[in-house]
Design a protein around this ligand. Structure first.
Ligand SMILES: Nc1nc2c(ncn2[C@@H]2O[C@H](COP(=O)(O)OP(=O)(O)O)[C@@H](O)[C@H]2O)c(=O)[nH]1
Ligand SMILES: [Mg+2]
Length: 194
């Protein structure tokens, strides 16, 4: 795994790249907007009729065309969040988005966990440490982390974190949980980077 961090002249890491992925309408753009210290770079466009399936978020009229990007400071480290584009025609960008990342957040909606399978598969195949973030929508049933782990067949060490994508503190806690997981994974013998 490449733990690519931006380094200050002192050699201290100054930046961490994190990938945010999950299906259309799961809350990626909302999450980046809630947590970013800068106006997030986002490329929303009105959806055309007959395009992506948005039956699960009927109020949704725009979609992220290319990607979301946000930046936030956590202590003296700058965290850069790169969202993957949801639309199939932009999947070719995923490899570039993942390159140099230290870890990933896979955002899931418990009303349609299966929509996140391919995002999980992709991140697992990249070998990136990741956390699963459950964006709890008001009309969704609440499941225990054990039920979600089971449904997604996640390994026991993958953290499952509840998040409200609209809430800055909640998203910050999620990103801190990911960074802690990255540190734990890369320090454990099985996760030593080569
Ligand atoms: N109730 C609730 N709605 C949310 C939450 N996160 C996102 N939404 C709404 O869900 C819709 C899709 O979110 P969006 O961020 O565009 O999803 P994306 O396609 O993954 O970027 C929007 O209408 C959001 O306002 C959440 O945590 N709770
Ligand atoms: Mg979006």
């Amino acid at each position: 795994m490449t733990v690519a961090t931006v380094r200050r002249p002192t050699g201290q890491p100054a930046g961490l790249k994190i990938v945010l992925t999950g299906p259309l309408g799961v809350g990626k753009t909302t999450l980046v907007g809630a947590v970013s210290d800068i106006v997030p770079l986002t490329t929303e466009a009105r959806m055309s009729a007959g395009g992506d399936d948005v039956s699960h978020s009927p109020g949704k009229v725009t979609t992220t065309v290319a990607m979301d990007f946000g930046r936030l400071a956590v202590d003296d480290v700058t965290v850069y969040v790169f969202g993957t584009p949801g639309q199939a025609r932009f999947w070719f960008m995923w490899d570039a988005i993942v390159r140099g990342a230290v870890g990933a957040v896979v955002l899931v909606d418990t009303r349609r966990l299966q929509d996140s399978f391919r995002h999980l598969d992709y991140i697992e195949r990249c070998g990136l440490p990741f956390v699963v973030a459950v964006n709890q929508f008001p009309d969704a049933r609440v499941y225990s982390p054990a039920q979600i782990r089971d449904a997604l067949t996640l390994a026991g060490d993958v953290p499952i974190v509840e998040v409200d994508a609209r809430d800055r503190d909640s998203v910050r806690r999620l990103l801190i949980a990911l960074v802690e997981h990255v540190i734990a994974t890369t320090q454990s013998p099985a996760g030593v980077a080569s």
